[in-house]
Design a binder for this molecule. Structure first.
Ligand code: ADP
Ligand code: MG
Length: 618
């Protein structure tokens, strides 16, 4: 196993190249690096501010604005202003159906388990592309401020992010032209910023309390030999600083005797008041009375009143802390440190209650909205091998994965994962009655398997005949400390299974590994574009297949004109599939969906829904 670190120009190891740490947040994002004095520092490009609001605006002429400038469009052009995209990253429509009203922009409801898309004008964007735009802005700010190209990064994600959300984050980085060295948990990064976990000899149990703009989470971590293990996470994905603002706004509505429904119709005034409320909240860090007005509306509130208003919300977070401790099977007395993360932990009451609950002083010395990015920069520095005090653990130099529909690489163990490691994912079939599944294992960073290196191929045989989308095939990768990769495939309904073993490093030189990494960086953008086109095509082909089967099976339930019209829509979709235009394909899929959805509902038959399930191997 190798510790890879390459120079883009020469392919050789270069330590001077800056690797940045990025906190890609729901509300705010930022980037940090290690300065020449070996200190982590956040980047403030040309005084634009450290925090970049995670907001993207699309103008009518196709111009794209990210960050502070985009924030203003939340008021004037909400349909074309995308905020909170992190909530959608790696999610399917099913995952977010319960809170779809939260978004003021159009999230496509294609009633399936495929990943969500967002419609702006007649363009379709994936959350990956949108996050990619935010990351690109951060990359450019870093390059501008540091006056050097920035090509490599460590990006943080919440500890509770699943595999698909992590992969989506990697892909977003790739789209932004960043080589993502590692995805790190936010609480881990925050601990590193406090120096916790940097000493391989220490063993500690810590709690990381993260209250951001719209989300809350608490993690219990165990640190041993420099390895962070997440014992439990808990939280509420709709609890954060926004709720504090809303509490103040509601208070002003009452004190000014405003009519709520009248105010809500005046969107601009409502937003103005909301921003004023945030200003008031922030002012309580250094003053105890806020007293301003917007026209004849008085925006007056004192800190005591504010604290009374938010008390129930803060209590709720404490409940989550209790639950996390319980899930981790840890007693409060066993917690060695408590780390505060997120802008909202600046609120005095929050600090007070958290520290009372844990019965100890909490860490709040580092700026809570910068602490994650600073820690990510430290992690980047460690990975670059720049810190002689810290031993680099063995990592796998190239990603390991399998081939999925359309010849795409689906990564199961990402590169730079610590070894030993195990990971797995569930797949399904794409054709009715499919009894064999070909499993082809590859290593490499490219999106198309044909550009990667094949390690093994085998057939999982004897899957009982079922409709497409029904079999559940678990594929597990186990990479042991000797670098042997064990691949196990098992169909869960029947229990049929098959196993093979390979040694990924066998027959490949360090130079070849470096070349593969280099190629993946040069081709990153084309690769992601191709992947998205192939994914759109696969989704479209599946759609044609299922709808045709559906019509065939249920033709006596449908009218002649319904059948004829469906055929026309399918014809349009088939024509779109022959083009290289992913937006056109998505648009046609959407149309078939819109038209056929009532049939499925009418027939109470979920064949369409089922067939769209999960990713399919060929
Ligand atoms: P996220 O991690 O969700 O992207 P942040 O950690 O950047 O979010 O936190 C943003 C939240 O922090 C906002 O609700 C903002 O109003 C709040 N915030 C920032 N400064 C303060 C402050 N001084 N007092 C209270 N809340 C603050
Ligand atoms: Mg955050």
């Amino acid at each position: 196993m190798a510790k890879i670190s390459i120079n883009l120009a020469t392919g050789s190891l270069q330590k001077e190249e800056i690797i940045v740490g990025i906190d890609l947040g729901t509300t705010n994002s930022l980037v940090a690096f290690i300065d020449p004095d070996k200190q982590p520092k956040v980047i403030n490009d040309a005084g634009k501010g450290v925090l970049v609001p995670s907001i993207v605006h699309f103008g009518t002429a196709g111009e794209i604005t990210v960050g502070n400038d985009a924030k203003n469009f939340l008021i004037t052009d909400p349909q074309n202003t995308i905020f909170s995209v992190k909530r959608l990253l790696g999610r399917s429509y099913q995952d977010i159906a319960n809170y779809k009203d939260f978004f003021s922009y159009k999230v496509i409801d294609d009633n399936s388990e495929s990943l969500v898309k967002i419609k702006v004008g007649d363009q379709f964007y994936t959350p990956i592309e949108l996050s990619g735009l935010i990351l690109k802005e951060l990359k450019e700010r870093a390059e501008h401020a540091l006056k050097t190209p920035v090509n490599r990064a460590v990006i943080t994600v919440p500890a509770y992010f699943n595999d698909s959300q992590r992969q989506a984050t990697r892909d977003a980085g790739k789209l932004a032209g960043l080589d993502v060295l590692r995805i790190v948990n936010e609480p881990t990064a925050a601990s590193l910023a406090y120096g916790i976990g940097l000493n391989p000899e220490e063993t500690k149990t810590i709690a990381v309390y993260d209250l951001g703009g719209g989300t809350f989470d608490v993690s219990i971590l165990q640190i041993q030999n420099g390895i962070f293990e997440v014992l439990a996470t808990n939280g509420d994905t709709f609890l954060g600083g926004d709720d504090f603002d809303r509490a103040i706004l509601d208070y002003w509505i009452d004190t000014n005797q405003l009519k709520r429904d009248v105010l809500l119709q005046n969107y601009e005034l409502a937003q103005q008041l909301r921003l004023k409320a945030e200003e008031a909240k922030i002012s309580f860090t250094h003053q105890s009375l806020f007293n301003e007005h917007i026209g004849d509306i008085w925006c007056t509130i004192d800190r005591n009143t504010f604290e009374t208003l938010i008390l129930p919300k803060v209590k709720q977070t404490i409940e989550c802390c209790k639950n996390a401790l319980q899930d981790a099977n840890i007693d409060i007395s066993q917690i060695d440190e408590v780390v505060m993360v997120g802008g909202s932990t600046r609120t005095g009451l929050v600090k007070k209650m958290v520290s009372e609950f844990f019965g100890r002083q909490v860490h709040d010395e580092v700026n809570p909205d910068e602490v994650v990015a600073l820690g990510a920069a430290i992690q980047a520095d460690v990975l670059a091998g720049n810190r002689s005090d810290i031993l680099l653990l063995d990592v796998t130099p190239l990603s390991l994965g399998i081939e999925t529909m359309g010849g795409l690489m689906d990564v199961i163990i990402p590169r730079n994962s610590k070894v030993p490691t195990k990971a797995g994912r569930q797949y399904t079939t794409s054709i009715d009655g499919q009894v064999n599944m070909k499993i082809a294992v590859y290593q490499g960073e490219r999106d198309l398997i044909k550009e990667n290196r094949k390690l093994a191929e085998f057939d999982l045989k004897g899957i009982p005949s079922m409709p497409a989308g029904f079999p559940k095939v678990d594929i597990n990768f186990l990479l042991n400390a000797d670098g042997i990769l064990k691949i196990q495939a098992m169909e869960l309904r029947s229990g049929v299974k098959q196993e093979v073993e390979v040694k990924p490093t066998y027959g490949i030189t360090d130079d070849q590994v470096e070349q593969m990494l280099l190629d993946s960086i040069t081709h990153a953008k084309d690769d992601v574009a191709q992947r998205m086109l192939i994914e759109a095509r696969t989704e479209g082909e599946q759609m044609v297949y299922t709808v045709e089967r559906f019509i065939e099976k249920n033709n006596n339930w449908l009218s002649v004109s319904e059948i004829a019209e469906t055929a026309t829509y399918l014809q349009t979709l088939k024509a779109a599939l022959t083009t290289g235009d992913k937006d056109l394909i998505h648009k046609s899929i959407e149309e078939v969906n819109e038209f056929t959805r009532p049939f499925a509902e009418r027939l109470m038959d979920h064949a369409i829904g089922h067939a769209m399930k999960g990713k399919s191997v060929e």
